[in-house]
Design a protein. Structure first.
Length: 215
């Protein structure tokens, strides 16, 4: 394929002489849902940060939208990110939290915020403070945050963590809808089986190596 959304080639990363990623390569095609499984500490979040431009690899190169991350572009455009779980101000409502985040960039209007909240199955007019949200509601709001700028690529780090089976199924349904609407999605989970339920392709990170799993 001539144009991949993500092309990671030979990515290596060490922390204190411990190899976290060892010559990892990954290609993601437009419209695909690609999943990466692995236990805690396997390097899933590190790989996502490198793809997003939040961290630099020791070796290797990442292209997003055919631009080299860290050289031709610092942070890829048209991208929505949820890494390390959502961090919100507990005494504010979901809408007010996203509004504050939107004001930082000053290019997201109230209608975009409301639409992103509705997309994940929450009510933008709900005045309940985020501190009273269930874990599943907080995860949904984190997904809404990633959707605010109407990105074409979503990078989601364990979007179903700490959610019950019904909540997981609902998040998976939202992810399928987003892919059907033309978005490309890269997500992680500690459960390969869970990824297999929603992804077109599943990989596993093990001892720094990215291994392809057959669905």
């Amino acid at each position: 394929m001539d144009h991949w959304v993500i092309e990671a080639e030979g990515i290596s990363k060490k922390f204190q002489n411990q190899s976290i990623l060892d010559t990892v390569s990954l290609k993601v095609a437009p419209g695909q849902i690609v999943g990466i499984s692995g236990h805690n500490g396997s390097g899933k979040s590190v790989l996502l940060r490198i793809i997003c431009g939040f961290m630099r690899p020791d070796l290797g190169q990442v292209r997003v939208w055919n631009q080299v991350v860290g050289q031709e572009v610092e942070f890829p455009g048209r991208i929505g990110v949820l890494i390390d779980g959502p961090g919100f101000i507990n005494h504010l409502s979901g809408f007010r939290n996203l509004k504050l985040l939107a004001m930082i960039q000053n290019k997201i209007d109230d209608e975009q915020i409301r639409n992103s909240i509705k997309t994940v199955g929450l009510d933008p007019s709900n005045k309940v403070s985020v501190g009273k949200y269930s874990t599943g509601m907080r995860q949904r709001l984190g997904l809404a945050q990633a959707l605010m700028e109407e990105p074409k690529l979503l990078i989601l780090d364990e979007p179903t963590s700490n959610i019950d089976r019904d909540g997981t199924a609902e998040i998976q349904a939202i992810i399928r809808q987003l892919a059907a609407a033309g978005n490309t999605i890269l997500l992680t989970s500690h459960s390969a089986q869970e990824l297999g339920d929603v992804c077109d392709q599943v990989y596993e990170l093990e001892q720094g190596k990215l291994l392809s799993r057959h669905k």
